[in-house]
Design a protein. Structure first.
Length: 396
């Protein structure tokens, strides 16, 4: 029942617990990260410090992504998913049990960042080994769908918890986050470990990090991945600030994040069909431009219903483009360094998650949150042009 079927090469014994682990991880993330922003607002921490705290989630993991990737190449992805959930639980407890000073929030976000990196690096390789070449795009879309469902559930929970308040109840968000992390520890124990790797062939060609990065099209797809993933992150951090800046109730902020995630979820349900109809490059360009248009709508002082339209558009575009960035990495990287290449993608994502919130905090201080969203929209347009120009023709 849970092995590979005769009609396809999907390993359901892996993809089902992977889907649940991704879903729970992404559901808890808006609770603890959005809760961190609301706790900072409660304690009158400046917008610059909010950016620094947001960047701390990714700062230490920048140095850890490549070593973690090499660990995955040796077959330790299931263990990494389990340990990652433990770190997420620890970070949530720090948020719940401490007063919420700048140091408390920094320490908690570092723990959350390490746990998230471990889990995401593990998820990438588990998804790759969940199917053979025949069903790879289907499995990658299911994996990314798990992310989208979780990203929809988390803000929905936050919206219900906030009610009509302008600032969500942070203690409630933190204990909910810790509970989901504890559940994810249990789910992680059900993920089947990879088979032991055979001894490495002495004649096997292994590319260096620089040689991997020089593969045609890889730098552009990493940049696209960085922008799409960073946009998800920045939306979680800065949508609460957009609410306080424009006097939007916290419940609406939660629902805006929810419909953005619902758009991503809908796009991933349609991903395989759209991929077959339009092809990789046209779909990549269209989805990046759609996400950029949605971000521009959020950047402008428009009526609330228009913000919902922008949130759906950005979610739909980001849902497809982030999936394409991930599958593009799998397609371009040689199998024996695939996890290392995917970890380079994670490193780029983390650098973006440090640089963007930190830079955005200064930009928000002068141009408001709308200025932050406008800069990201421009970056998405640049990514679409770069991918179009550099993607190898024989990989379409």
């Amino acid at each position: 029942m849970f092995g590979k079927t005769r009609d396809n090469d999907i390993h359901y014994g892996l993809i089902v617990p992977l889907f649940l682990h991704c879903l729970i991880l992404q559901a808890m993330l808006p609770l603890v990260r959005g809760g961190t922003t609301y706790r900072a607002i409660e304690t009158d921490i400046s917008v610059v410090w909010i950016g620094v705290i947001g960047a701390s989630f990714s700062l230490l993991p920048i140095a850890l992504a490549i070593p973690f990737g090499k660990l995955m190449d040796r077959g330790h992805d299931a263990r990494a998913a389990q340990v990652g959930a433990v770190f997420m639980f620890a970070g949530s407890l720090v948020l719940y049990l401490t007063p919420g000073s700048r140091i408390d929030l920094l320490m908690a976000n570092v723990l959350l960042g390490i746990g998230h990196l471990l889990a995401m690096a593990a998820h990438q390789m588990i998804s790759v080994r969940s199917a053979g070449p025949k069903s790879r795009e289907t499995v990658l879309s299911l994996y990314m769908l798990g992310l989208a469902v979780g990203q929809a559930v988390g803000p929905m929970i936050m919206g219900f918890a906030a009610g009509d308040a302008h600032v969500a109840p942070t203690q409630t968000l933190f204990i909910l986050g810790a509970s989901l992390a504890a559940l994810n520890i249990l789910v992680g124990l059900t993920i089947t470990r990879a088979l032991p790797k055979p001894p490495r062939d002495e004649n096997e060609v292994r590319l260096s990090l620089l040689e991997i990065l020089k593969l045609k099209g890889l730098a552009a797809i990493i940049f696209a991945s960085v922008i799409t993933v960073t946009t998800f992150d920045v939306l979680i951090i800065y949508m609460p600030l957009l609410g306080t800046e424009r006097h939007i109730e916290a419940s609406h902020i939660g629902w805006l994040l929810t419909v953005r995630a619902a758009g991503a979820m809908a796009s991933r349900l349609a991903y395989v069909s759209l991929f077959k109809i339009f092809g990789r490059i046209p779909l990549t360009i269209a989805s990046l431009l759609m996400a950029a248009a949605g971000l521009l709508v959020l950047a402008l002082p428009l009526p609330l219903w228009m913000l919902y339209v922008g949130a759906v558009a950005s979610g739909y575009g980001l849902g497809i483009s982030s999936t394409l960035a991930f599958s593009g990495m799998v397609q371009l990287a040689p199998a024996n360094v695939r996890s290392t290449a995917l970890s380079m993608r994670l490193t780029g994502n983390r650098i973006g998650q440090v640089a963007f919130p930190f830079t955005a905090s200064f930009l928000a201080a002068f141009a408001g949150v709308g200025g932050v969203f406008a800069v990201i929209a421009i970056s998405l347009v640049i990514a679409s042009v770069w991918v179009r120009q550099t993607w190898p023709r024989d990989k379409v």
